[in-house]
Design a protein around this ligand. Structure first.
Ligand SMILES: [Zn+2]
Length: 113
């Protein structure tokens, strides 16, 4: 369950950010997670909520944006998929470039100062 470590990291980053701005409360957190990370969004939200319980981020919703994998095919152009691919999902040719899907970043933190 690596969601726990990730939830802890997110919390630690936003609490540092909140302290820097002398915020009274964290009201919303948005993160971007690539589908290749294999993170269960529900678990991440739940664990974050638990960990945040005793902090100023208590009750702040964690918004999770999923980043798809983008496959660039020489013939078909770009397409998005939810899993790693070794061939184009449309024409099955192996001549593709794969981008994205492995992000793990905090997009925004809303603070009440
Ligand atoms: Zn193709």
């Amino acid at each position: 369950m690596h969601e726990l470590g990730i939830a802890g990291e997110i919390l630690s980053v936003i609490l540092t950010e909140a302290a820097r701005h002398e915020a009274k409360k964290v009201t919303e957190v948005t993160v971007r997670v690539g589908v290749l990370r294999g993170i269960v969004t529900e678990n991440l939200r739940f664990l974050f909520g638990n960990l945040a319980g005793d902090t100023i981020a208590s009750g702040a919703p964690l918004v999770v944006e999923e980043e798809p994998v983008v496959i660039e095919c020489g013939k078909c152009g770009e397409s998005e998929t939810a899993a790693m691919a070794w061939e184009c999902p449309s024409c099955k040719c192996p001549d593709i470039a794969v981008r994205g899907g492995d992000s793990l970043s905090i997009v925004s933190v809303e603070l009440d100062v």
